[in-house]
Ligand binder design. Sequence first.
Ligand SMILES: C[S@@+](CC[C@H](N)C(=O)[O-])C[C@H]1O[C@@H](n2cnc3c(N)ncnc32)[C@H](O)[C@@H]1O
Length: 255
Amino acid sequence: MSRTPAERFSENAAAYAATMVPSLRPIAAEVVRRADLRARERVIDVGTGTGHAAALARGGDREVHGIDAAPGMLAIARREVPDVDFAEMDFAALGYPDASFDAVIAVHALLFGTDRVAVLREWRRIAAPSGRLSLSVPGPDAVTPTAIYADVYDRHGIDTSDRYPTAESLADLAADAGWTEVTVVADSTTAIVLEDEEAFRAWREIGSRGAATADYTPEQHRALTDEMLAATPRDASGAFRIPFGTLYLTACRAG
Ligand SMILES: C[S@@+](CC[C@H](N)C(=O)[O-])C[C@H]1O[C@@H](n2cnc3c(N)ncnc32)[C@H](O)[C@@H]1O
């Protein structure tokens, strides 16, 4: 049986923390800024991973929670982020009563849900009346890794049909789940930056790409990674820079 995304994240948590988190930090800061958090609010970071967005939500006497289905990620979060209550949970079936939080935040987690409208409906359930949602996802397609690796993926028979959302399709998901005042803003300048080949190869081991190549032999993996390396632009400092545009969504639970 193929492993769930959370199982793959759990196994690769240390590599994720080293390679992805530095690129996601500015995105997490923007998600938290857009959440417009106030003093003493109850905040939850769903799909918290290593907890770096939850860490940014602290302060102002707020009560901050973080949940994730990957115990390996939570182990890092608990070690690195004190004052946050972390719990292992499926974000599609949260163990909190209705209206438990003033703000729900989620950095690059939603797309791992199989029924995204149902997931957004569950996040709305735990939001208080007038509670806010602030989240990010990668997208749209033109500014994601799929764009620079299309030829490589084609040669390796990797299915890229599960495309990233557009601003419009993301907004529709939230509206269908009952959120109101839905706004989506696109930033095409964000990127995954990997300082050298070692970091690039570690990045290749993690995340959603793992699902498409789960049956690959080590030789096939190496060949794919070599071709991806050759296709990746480098910045002025020589670091690999993979386009990874961001869609920021904010919404409100009607009071
Ligand atoms: C790309 S990572 C983002 C993590 C974190 N928000 C960050 O900014 O680094 C996606 C996270 O969603 C978690 N995840 C995937 N499916 C989940 C589910 N059904 N329930 C809870 N967490 C899940 C993964 O374990 C992983 O930590």
